[in-house]
Design a protein. Structure first.
Length: 149
């Protein structure tokens, strides 16, 4: 990276994330899961039955992006959509047995990528990095919350 890119926090975060996602994609492709599907899986492993809108809000992507990703995930046997029992206009998203069975393997691959990311940092630096990323994330979430009000 050139000097200007090195001095740009936004660019550095974006580029770092892109590299990490490329590594994760390589590690999970053996399971026939795309890296763009991973955030949806993570949220549904935590809580099933979310709506498409809830997933949009949690992952911070647009509705058409989630809709297309869910369509592919449904096709690939990872999720199923079930009509909401109280509001037939909404669909609830649930993981299939296949997606549930992949949880441990995919999370292990994700942890392996995390080890690559922080691999050359000592334990103190790792803890500080996690702390600082937490602060940055909190700052950004607060800013986005203000904009939505």
């Amino acid at each position: 990276m050139n000097k200007l890119k090195n001095e740009s926090l936004g660019y550095s975060l974006h580029y770092t994330n892109r590299m990490a996602m490329a590594i994760l994609q390589e590690k999970i492709k053996q399971y026939n899961v795309a890296v763009g599907q991973f955030p949806i899986l993570v949220h549904l492993w935590e809580k099933q039955g979310l709506t498409q809108k809830a997933l949009c809000d949690l992952i911070r992507v647009e509705q058409p992006t989630i809709a297309n990703t869910l369509k592919r995930m449904e096709r690939d046997g990872l999720v199923k959509r079930i009509p909401d029992k109280d509001d037939k206009r909404q669909w609830r998203i649930y993981l299939t047995d296949r997606a549930l069975d992949l949880k441990d393997s995919l999370q292990a691959e994700s942890r392996n990528v995390n080890k690559i990311i922080i691999g050359r940092l000592n334990k103190t630096e790792q803890k500080e990095f996690i702390r600082l990323i937490g602060i940055i994330t909190s700052n950004l979430e607060k800013e986005l919350s203000k904009e939505r009000q």
